[in-house]
Write a protein that binds this ligand. Sequence first.
Ligand code: 13P
Length: 247
Amino acid sequence: MPRRLVVGNWKMNGSRASNASLLETLSASEASLGEGCGMVVCVPFPYLQQTSDLLAGRRIGWGAQDVSAHRQGAFTGEVSAAMLREFGCSYVIVGHSERRQYHGESSDLVGQKAAVVLEHGMTPIVCVGETLAEREADRTEEVVSGQLDSVLQRLGADIGRAVVAYEPVWAIGTGRTATPEQAQAVHAILRQQLRQAEANAGSVSILYGGSVKADNAASLFACADIDGGLVGGASLNAQEFSAICAA
Ligand code: 13P
């Protein structure tokens, strides 16, 4: 059975002071996490050490929001999977729509990043999702399946050790959440694609992301193929994020 997981993506937000207070409050709420449920925060690179220090000995997982596809060398500004591993990261988000949109990341590059993350013993959280124009042109299935297929081609059976996140671009940071029916329909497509590709991939967790809040989390997470959430804005508020995890 897929693991239940809620991941906070802080994006480019935070400060040493606000991180400390957020992580302290989340740590206090950790006891209310159900058996088999995971809580994870993905923080900006400069805060990895602080996060590692403050979450030592806790059940809350943590990780990064991106990684270089290269192993090492002359790649100014990039951060390698080996460096993330050395810090103790367990998770790395790859292929977030903001990386695809603002940094021109292709699905092939996203597959390479997922592979390098797995090679270093961490879990890639592979994001897929369609834009509003693509949804309105009835291209949702084609787009998300194509994005996932690039990663499947690259990972093969190793996809069983990844997490997939469906994030419709039109729902990110807009307050316009996909309805549970819209999200479930895409999750079911992704689940079937995973199952057909690899025997062990049926149990990959598929998270929904896009304006998840405390008041809509329960109805989304109640859907058969939604195993948790990838949460942006609401993950910066400890009460809100804890409430989403409780859902
Ligand atoms: P919001 O929850 O702010 O819509 O962001 C979703 C997201 O992009 C998480 O990766």
